[in-house]
Design a protein around this ligand. Sequence first.
Ligand code: SAM
Length: 244
Amino acid sequence: MRFDVFTLLPETLNPYLSASILEKASARGLIEVHLHNIRDYTHDRHHTTDDTPYGGGGGMVMKPEPVFEAVETVLGSPPVCPVILLTPQGRLFDQKIAIELASHPQIALISGRYEGFDERIRQNLVTDEISIGDYVLTGGELPALILIDAVSRLLPGVLGDPTGAVDDSHGLGLLEYPHYTRPTEFRGQRVPEVLLSGDHAKIEAWRREQSLRRTLAKRPDMLEKAELTAADKKILQKIRQEER
Ligand code: SAM
C-alpha cells in the first residue's frame, strides 16, 4: 500500500517511519511512504505557504495554491486515490476507519500547520477529513503517523502474527482480553490456571469472557455496537448479576 503525505515538516515523520515495524514493512515492499514538502510547490522568493486570514483574527492560514499544486503534481487531477485532510474537524479516527482505509492501494494525507487550511482546499481538493481525537495539536504530522501506523499493521504480512490485528482491542468491537507471560508467579500473583491448562477451547471461552468483562467495565458504550452472540449476551447478564 502506498501513502503520500503532504506536509511542511517531512523531516519530523522520518525518525518514526525508519524504525520498527513500519521500516520492516517498507523494506519488504509491503508499504511505501512518500513524503512531499508543500514548500517545494511555491514559486515566490520566500517560498510562502501561509498568509493572514481575510476578515482579520490571529494566526496564519495555509494558502491553497501550493497545496493544490503539490497534490495534483504527485497524484494527477483529479487525484487517483482518496485525499484525506487531517483536521480536528474530521470524522473521528477509529479501527473501523483504519480497516476501511486499508482496503485502498493508495491514500494521500494532507497535514496542516498554523490555524489550518484555506477553505477551498477542503471544498475542492480533499475527498475525506479525519480527526485523530477531540483535541488540537500544533500540526498534522503526528496524526499522519498514527493513521499510517494503524492502517499498515492491518495489511497482510506486516505483523509477525497474522491473527494479532484481529484479536486486538477494537478489532472485533470489544477490548482485548488480558495477557500474561512468564513467570507463572510474580509478587504473589499467579497466571490464571486456565491459561496453563493447554485446553484451547477453555482458553478461548475464558478470553471471550474477559473481553466482555473489560469492555463492560471500561467502555460500555462499545457493547452497543459490538456483534454479540447469544452466548455473549448470557455472559454479560451473568456479569451484571454478579455486580448487583
Ligand atoms: N484552527 C484549526 C481548527 O480549530 O480546526 C486547528 C489547526 S491545528 C493548530 C493545525 C493543524 O494540525 C491542522 O490543520 C491539522 O492538520 C492538524 N491537527 C491538529 N489537531 C488535529 C486532530 N485532532 N486531528 C487531526 N489533525 C489535527
